[in-house]
Design a protein around this ligand. Structure first.
Ligand code: COS
Length: 391
């Protein structure tokens, strides 16, 4: 039987996240966007409430929530402000590889750091010349005795300026393509780690996006996550686990834009009636509602597949692709419903339109999601995902 009923715990957490978004995020969201201010205070409050680090297991101090519940929370935070939501949820991206493949010591030290205090961690995969093409990365990690020495530059790193540690992907075998990549944890305070640049962005301006350089950074060999040269798979398995949440945030943005457009359409009078009485507007509102509903269903399914122990690569890419494109389309249409006012910063929807754009870019562009979908549909991989990245 397919049952969409949420448990009481799921409903309570969703309501708590909505309440938090409404009372703590929304009132400051447009100001944070205008000034491109990082939401330090909100991070502390969300951490205290238990709305961060959703998937860190209880044994390391986290709530150990299931993926569906994580998606419910992410939608609400995205509804409040996706720039703030991205800042709050980024620890999930950095910690997923550690949860999947880290040694017991690494888990205790680095997951514990985030659950003991409101600290942040970042995921360093992308490089100036290696975005969609992960295998093209140039960062290297060279083994020297009981250490690795890391050199390279990572870009577009969410929370990069504020993170206490990074999950860093580097080539341990330059000739082996995707089979020569390994993942490491790198503490921020080590010599040779520097934050080079904070990006000035179109949207999600409350979030921090930085360039991080590693120059002869020495880390203990034990900071390797999983096995050497198995980092690419670890990255892909991580994205399978985080794309549902990103998609959920896209649903949150779309839901916010839809609500603003719906309410405005009922107030704004043209040709003697509220514009919601005109079929041209009604059809736009109807299409928004349908796309949001479909996106949300895919998001839920992509979380549930994981919760039931199945590889969710296909549905995760369906959800990310569809919800991101929905966020973009719905926010563009929300601006259209507002007419000329939609283009003015005094009104709320232009921010949402700017925020939505990144949904089609980060954690795999909409084109990369289509590529994954095409491969999964045309040449489904027979091998089941190993339980850990080391297998
Ligand atoms: N789970 C487990 N293993 C996976 C996997 C998944 N979801 N996806 C791929 N793999 C494995 C494959 O099975 C294959 O294994 P073998 O080495 O044993 O053959 C290996 O990984 C390579 O797979 P593939 O041939 O599909 O890799 P490609 O180099 O063609 O790249 C894409 C695949 C393009 C999909 C990948 O590079 C990607 O997702 N790029 C986007 C990255 C991204 O999202 N960046 C955003 C920044 S991160 S916030």
């Amino acid at each position: 039987m397919v049952d969409f009923t949420l448990t009481d715990e799921q409903k309570n957490l969703r309501d708590m996240a909505h309440d938090f978004a409404e009372k703590e995020i929304r009132p400051v969201a447009w100001e944070l966007d205008r000034d491109s201010t990082f939401p330090h205070e909100i991070v502390k409050q969300a951490w205290e409430l238990g709305l961060m680090n959703n998937h860190i297991p209880e044994e390391y101090g986290g709530p150990g929530l299931d993926f569906l519940t994580g998606c419910l929370i992410e939608e609400e935070l995205g509804w409040g402000c996706s720039g703030v939501g991205t800042s709050l949820m980024c620890n999930g991206l950095a910690t997923a590889p550690v949860i999947l493949g880290g040694s017991e010591e690494v888990k205790k030290e680095f997951l514990g750091m985030l659950t003991e205090e409101p600290k942040l961690a970042s995921f360093c995969l992308t490089e100036p010349d290696a975005g969609s093409d992960v295998s093209g990365m140039r960062t290297t990690a060279v083994r020297k005795g009981d250490k690795y020495v890391i050199n390279g530059t990572k870009c577009f790193i969410t929370n990069g300026s504020h993170a206490d540690w990074y999950t860093v992907y580097a080539k341990t075998d330059k000739e082996a393509g995707h089979r020569g990549i390994s993942a490491f944890v790198v503490p921020r305070q080590l010599d040779g780690v520097s934050v080079d640049k904070k990006e000035d962005k179109l949207g999600q301006r409350a979030s921090d996006t930085a360039m991080i350089s590693f120059s002869d950074v020495e880390i203990p060999a034990d900071y390797l996550i999983g096995e050497e040269n198995k980092g690419f798979k670890l990255a892909m398995m991580t994205l399978d686990r985080t794309r549902p949440g990103v998609a959920a945030m896209g649903v949150g943005i779309a839901q916010a834009a839809f609500e603003f457009a719906r309410d405005y359409a009922k107030e704004r009078v043209q040709f003697g009636v509220p514009i919601a009485m005109h079929q041209a507007i009604q059809f736009m509102i109807a299409d928004m509602a349908t796309k949001i509903e479909a996106s949300r269903l895919m998001v839920w399914k992509s979380g549930v597949e994981l919760d039931q122990g199945r590889r969710n690569t296909l549905i995760s890419s369906h959800a990310k692709r569809f919800a991101a494109d929905t966020a973009m389309e719905v926010t563009v249409d929300a601006v259209q419903v507002y007419g000329g006012y939609g283009f003015i910063k005094e009104y709320p929807v232009e921010k949402l339109m700017r925020d939505a754009k990144i949904m089609q870019l980060y954690e795999g562009t909409s084109q990369i999601q289509r590529l994954v979908i095409a491969r999964e549909v045309l040449m489904p991989r027979r091998v089941e995902e190993p339980a850990t990245a080391a297998a």
